[in-house]
Design a protein. Structure first.
Length: 114
């Protein structure tokens, strides 16, 4: 997990003088990444980022999954075995097959709303 300041550095966002929670909210405001709160501090799961910043697919996944899940449930979803991905986790395919991960998220949301 990254701290808010570490995530800001990766995203090339100035963290100067900003409280961690304010910075975390700023980074997540556009829905392109999410954070969890642990011991009162915002923490960003590392799989959301690459050396270039936020991974674009994560925003699309959050748009889909946040309809039915909390941030903690989404974090678990990324790491858990997924039947739509032959038992592998969505995290395993984020870089190699992001569209497959998005399809798995869409399938789950459709299944849960039926």
């Amino acid at each position: 997990m990254f701290s808010a300041h570490e995530a800001a550095e990766i995203c090339r966002v100035s963290a100067a003088g900003k409280a961690p929670m304010d910075l975390a909210r700023e980074l997540a405001r556009d829905g392109s990444c999410f954070f969890l709160t642990r011991d009162g501090e915002p923490r960003f799961p590392t799989y959301q980022f690459s050396a270039a910043g936020k991974k674009p697919i994560v925003g699309k996944l959050l748009e889909t999954l946040s309809l039915l899940r909390s941030s903690w449930e989404i974090a678990v979803w990324f790491r858990a075995s997924n039947g739509w991905l032959d038992g592998k986790s969505p995290e395993e395919f984020l870089d190699s097959e992001p569209d497959l991960v998005l399809d798995a998220a869409l399938q789950e949301v459709v299944e849960e709303t039926e």
